[in-house]
Design a protein around this ligand. Sequence first.
Ligand SMILES: Cc1cc2nc3c(=O)[nH]c(=O)nc-3n(C[C@H](O)[C@H](O)[C@H](O)COP(=O)(O)OP(=O)(O)OC[C@H]3O[C@@H](n4cnc5c(N)ncnc54)[C@H](O)[C@@H]3O)c2cc1C
Length: 352
Amino acid sequence: MSTLTVVGGGLVGLATAFRLAERGHGVTLVDPSPASGATHHAGGMLAPVAEVVYRQDALFPLMLRSAELYPGLMADVAKHTALPTGYRTEGTLVVAADRADATHLAELTDYQAAHGMSAERLPLRRARQLEPGLSPQLAGAVHIPGDHQVNPRLFAAALLDALGNLGVEIIREQATRLPGGQTILANGLGATALYPGLQLRPVYGDILRLGVPEYLDPLLSRVVRGFVEDRSVYLIPRTDGTLAIGATSREDDRPTPQAGGVHDLLRDAIRLVPGVEECDFLEATTGARPGTPDDLPYLGRVSAELIISTGYFRHGILLTALAAEATLALVEGRDPGIDLSACEPNRHQELP
Ligand SMILES: Cc1cc2nc3c(=O)[nH]c(=O)nc-3n(C[C@H](O)[C@H](O)[C@H](O)COP(=O)(O)OP(=O)(O)OC[C@H]3O[C@@H](n4cnc5c(N)ncnc54)[C@H](O)[C@@H]3O)c2cc1C
């Protein structure tokens, strides 16, 4: 079997190295600080249905396929580490704060149904039976059973442990040029420095971490997403008694949490789940999503020695399972089993 270098140890690089090592390939992973990029800040929702993006038809099959691959990935990782991943499969509720938000939610649900996705309108009474922490003053609710979650920080730590157990060498250094031999470039926003044909931009997101006091725990048992006066907010209950609240989206080159964004997130979260007001405030951080001009990833082989796997933008935690599986197939010269033509890595190269 060949020896491969994976550059970048965010979730995409870690899971790719895992799939390769598990198959018996010799793997070296290079990252000065694994899981310190977007992965460290991400919410971790595996949400192909709730995150459906209007007119992004090329993205749906990738997201749905990756969601299908997740249970297998989690089961395989668990064979090589005892560490937790925060994987939860209780599903997601999407709620609307007022009547205009309810109209928006109804339109989204129709769009999901038209694309064959499973989303069920719920009477508010039923939504509050499922999640008693929800405000009684909501205007609509939809249940999405297939949208799940992981805790990205825990999952990354579990993958690192699994890689150690599989004998993967981890070099804690910054790659300053492409290594020789078979290489997978999976270093998020850093990929443009090593392969300049890519066009990646940072799309910042503020995200909060709160501690749920014991007397309120569990405040929620599944992901709650909502529309509040046309803004989006989500609340993600973790297995460790914390709650993540996210996330803003801005392209202003300001890599620290913005007071206005933090204020919006807290106010909107409290409107949907009033108990949030009583939680401990633990952390506000900002991460940079690696965005491409068309919001589709760069995933494919560009030469006999180089595979690119980056640009996963808002969906990189969800798309991790697909990225890892498809890269394994590309390395082994097999058909990845899904059409990746929309992800061709050289599609934004400027012609001379
Ligand atoms: C606030 C926020 C919330 C999000 N929520 C979700 C969500 O709920 N669901 C979802 O699916 N996605 C979500 N995302 C998107 C997701 O986080 C990213 O798409 C995903 O983490 C990308 O993973 P990655 O491994 O490609 O990149 P990263 O996690 O950014 O990892 C890149 C790695 O490469 C390393 N690196 C960089 N340059 C070099 C170099 N030259 N040599 C060696 N190593 C290098 C870095 O140290 C880093 O560890 C969110 C993002 C943000 C910011």
